[in-house]
Design a protein around this ligand. Structure first.
Ligand code: NAP
Length: 309
């Protein structure tokens, strides 16, 4: 079978750390080009400065693109790629707004190309196992704690503080992508408090309360945590069970007992799925985690906290 000729658009941290190795390890793909504003001499294939130059320069020699830019740039790039007849993988979050992702989904349908929202945290085997354990259960309490140090995980990234940059929801949406995948009921924001540094446009911390007819359902996201990382999700069920995901969805504990998983890793799994979707002519567009962030902004109270420098 012919390999899928792919280009990476936005050759930053996640493209280099995860996308490139996962593509190189997958025989379904051949990496043929990159597009990024600044030169990256080590990048494989032909290098372009803009996605427009890439699409024009690679016409007839390209099948798919993986868009790894910050989210605010993603819509226009994905639209142009779909218009050019290319399959599109979107890093998380898939777009800056719900309107953008809805339009991209419609365009993919019209052009009969694959559009894939790659929520990497959903590709942990422990997440699928948690989903299976919670299927058909009554969840009586649900809590997300997503704490990390923004200076450690996003050094020098200014876009996270700009409108459309998501702030603490940039990592927090990973937790929401796991939550929407494992819970047997839909999640709705009932109330939220968003904490904005007084000199920034996006929140550094957020508390979310979800609608629930049972016990408390909530999320605490905080970028001011400097004692390591805490990326945990805990669900209690009416039959007394406790399901916990630790380490960002990589580790599963059932009633306190750790379950072991193998697996090739999140990004290998993402590219296996992308290849399968392209080969079968399907799209996979999941905008639920983005809806929760949008709803938190719609329903949320604003608090100003100390400036971030
Ligand atoms: P990053 O290091 O800032 O990389 C983004 C890259 O996009 C930059 O290097 C920039 O390239 C390029 N870029 C910006 N605007 C562009 C445009 N219009 N066209 C083409 N390229 C453009 O950010 P990142 O950490 O990789 O994050 C990118 C996305 O991946 C975010 O949505 C983030 O949520 C997601 N993600 C990140 C991680 C992580 O651990 N960092 C993990 C999972 C997902 P130049 O360098 O050439 O200027």
């Amino acid at each position: 079978m012919m390999s899928i000729r792919i280009a990476i658009i936005g050759y930053g941290k996640i493209a280099q750390d995860q996308h490139m190795p996962a593509i190189l390890a997958n025989p379904d793909f051949e990496i043929v080009a990159t597009a990024s504003p600044h030169p990256h001499p080590e990048a494989p294939g032909q290098a372009f400065g803009t996605h427009g130059a890439l699409i024009a320069g690679m016409a007839g020699r390209l099948d798919a693109v993986a868009i790894c830019t910050p989210p605010a740039a993603r819509y226009a790039i994905a639209r142009d790629a779909l218009d050019a007849g290319l399959h599109v993988l979107l890093e998380k979050p898939p777009a800056a707004t719900l309107g953008e992702i809805q339009h991209l989904e419609a365009l993919a349908g019209q052009s009969r190309r694959t559009l894939f929202t790659a929520w990497h945290a959903q590709h942990n085997p422990a997440v699928d196992a948690a989903r299976a354990l919670l299927a058909g259960k009554v969840v009586t309490a649900f809590h997300i704690h997503w704490f990390e140090d923004v200076r450690k995980w996003h050094p020098g990234q200014e876009w996270i503080w700009e409108p459309g940059g998501f702030g603490v929801f940039d990592p927090g949406i990973n937790a929401l992508s796991i939550a929407t995948r494992i819970l047997p009921v839909p999640l709705f924001v009932r109330a939220a408090t968003l904490r904005f540094p007084s000199n920034r446009q996006t929140p550094i911390a957020a508390s979310l309360t979800f609608a629930s007819e049972r016990g408390a359902f909530g999320a605490e996201l905080d970028w001011r945590y400097t004692e390591g990382e805490r990326w945990t999700i805990r669900a209690e069920t009416a039959d007394g069970g406790v399901i916990e995901l630790h380490d960002g969805g990589a580790t599963l504990l059932v009633n306190g007992e750790r379950r072991a998983f193998g697996g090739a890793g999140e990004y290998r799994s993402i590219y296996e799925r992308f290849a399968a979707l392209i080969r079968t002519g399907q799209s996979d567009v999941d905008s639920d985690p983005l809806r929760i962030v949008a709803d938190a902004y719609l329903a949320g109270r604003r608090e100003l906290v100390e400036p971030f420098a």
